[in-house]
Write a new protein. Structure first.
Lengths: 349, 349
DNA sequence: TTGTAAGCGTTATCAC
DNA sequence: GTGATAACGCTTACAA
């Protein structure tokens, strides 16, 4: 392992000062063009690489953004990460990524690591069982910008980026109502998490707006796993009278639900119409194709990093204090589109 | 923004030397228990956090592992990342992740950043259009361990972790042959990439072993995109005589291929049997469920990081010089399983 | 346009 | 057990 080349070595070789070398390498305007060229040439030839730690130590800025994510192996989260990485990289930032694996314990440890690593800013999507955000206190008190996305805390003081889950769920449910559904079940996720809580709200509001009474039996709280979709489907098949519409809080779960219903001879959408959430690629694989809410993950990642960097650069000091809400969109496919629209229902509206 | 607390502040407060504070915080055995306790208490109370940059600058070890990945938003790659993060985190390493977006240019830039950030080791899965690995030269010459996974260079000198693509493709193709297929098409990816090149080899070897002549027309090189599956299906429908088996180098593409064939009235697996590759979750969504090769992404990530850390810790200096090959497995589902096995074929064997 | 010198916060070395 | 001192390699006043 040969010795690392430093700016001192370059300086010695060119008989100039380390200061000038440093300035040259950083493209400081006040350095003579020739000198600069010589410096770059020498650096390349000698195999120099900047020591970012010395630089970060001196500059007190790390150009690093931390990300704490529930799971990396999720189709939604990996789109978000892709968007984040792209913007960060373009702006010269590194991303340190860690996953909480949906547990608060690991999230606490991750937050600590991020803090020790002096990230310039932190992006967080909360774990399944995170009940409070005390572990981010050091960031608040040190003034390190902290931005939550998707799974955000209830606390309104936090900057966050979300989609309007209430509105999206309202649209999804209203769509089912327009298709003539009267008995609509909602398969929800953990209701302690903001996104699922809000989707439930949107579902309820839509029913209220259509003067359809809310039945607590029609609200099934699940883990949204593949198995949960199967279980929920079985539960629905037992109901009497049988529901004629289902709004599921995620696509994966909706898919196994559909498969189970089909196996039992239920015709979709004619007997039961179904809407999912996320617009994952599986919506176009399942037969019938699944109506879903398009949820802009990649864009959310881009915006999260861009907001953070703008704040760090002092470009914007406003946006960081607010909640950014992204648009989402109902994408109608066969799973909810009945061939024959009920004119009676439509004329009622 | 209050001033950062350093070990000097703690030392001053406790009237001891910074050296002792440093030792205490690092749990050095030669420090008095009482002193240690006092140091920890003071550190907590004063809100001290270690400056990792100063430490890294001094120690010349970063506890950081770099990862360069073609795309973060891929189901396979995100499982790999998840496995990597888990092991790295447990061992006290940070992960710096960047994506090449399948271009060699970005990969070169990423490699440079990783080098400047003095990662202790680097994990790489090559971009689509990477033709050589000169940009990793600095790692070789500095003795920084470099480990390729999945998309590895042809150069045999590189340490790499792969699955046995030849064997896996051989199994897939042989399975189709056992199911009675005589005219088997292979939908391949970019043949410059090792994984696709090897899968093609496995396909050819299996045909050879069964004394089935290889037809170049039956080898379709594509981008493996969803559209590619549609296009390939159309091309196959034009062939005369019509093929009766398809081995596709990835599941996404296989799925759109199946959908297109079904639309044209082809019965699967009776008219055409199909096998994919990756065992993505969509294999269980498409109807009929897709036979595929189970490709252990999560495990690959775990092993990659574990090997690297073992090497860094001096535990193993052997494994890093070799190629690690993981097992993969053919998972048979309806898309290739013909209800009635052809006894004639079986008795021939 | 270039140089001098101080300091960022740790830790390794040597001494006691 | 503890302490003094000198690096680690870079940037930035300040000076020239």
């Amino acid at each position: 392992m040969d010795k690392e080349i430093t700016i001192y070595d370059i300086a010695r070789k060119l008989s100039i000062s380390p200061t000038t070398v440093s300035r040259g390498l950083n493209n400081h305007p006040a350095v003579n063009k020739n000198t600069k060229q010589k410096i770059f040439d020498a650096a390349n030839q000698m195999g120099y690489r900047s020591n970012t730690f010395a630089s970060k130590l001196r500059k007190q800025r790390t150009n690093t953004i931390g990300v704490i994510v529930p799971r990396l192996d999720s189709s939604f989260q990996s789109s978000v990460m892709a968007g984040m990485e792209k913007v960060a990289n373009e702006a010269g930032y590194n991303l340190i990524i860690s996953q909480s694996l949906e547990t608060a314990d690991k999230e606490v440890a991750n937050a600590r690591t991020m803090f020790e690593n002096r990230v310039d800013g932190l992006l967080v999507s909360l774990a399944y069982d995170t009940e409070n955000i005390d572990h981010f206190e050091p960031f608040f008190s040190k003034g390190i910008p902290l931005l939550f996305y998707d799974r955000v805390p209830e606390n309104k003081k936090c900057t966050s980026i979300v989609i309007n889950n209430i509105q999206a769920a309202h649209n999804a449910t209203s769509h089912l109502i327009e298709q003539g559904c009267k008995r609509i079940v909602h398969i929800s996720g953990n209701l302690k998490i903001n996104v699922y809580k809000d989707r439930l709200k949107g579902y309820k509001y839509a029913l209220m707006d259509a003067n359809i009474p809310i039945k607590e039996d029609y609200i099934i709280e699940t883990s949204l796993s593949e198995q949960a979709g199967i279980d929920a489907a079985k539960q629905i098949l037992q109901m009497n009278p049988r529901p004629d519409g289902i709004f599921v809080a995620n696509d994966n779960c909706a898919v196994t639900c559909i498969k189970t219903l089909k196996q039992e001879g239920v015709r979709i959408p004619d007997d039961i119409a179904i809407v999912g959430f996320n617009n994952d690629s599986i919506t176009r694989v399942i037969d019938p194709n699944l109506t879903s809410i398009d949820y802009p993950g990649y864009e959310m990642g881009e915006i999260a990093v861009r907001s953070l960097i703008n704040y760090l650069d002092g470009v914007s000091d406003v946006s960081i204090t607010n909640t950014i809400t992204l648009d989402s969109e109902l994408v109608v496919r066969e799973s909810s589109l009945r061939k024959v629209n009920q004119p009676t229902v439509l004329s009622k509206g």
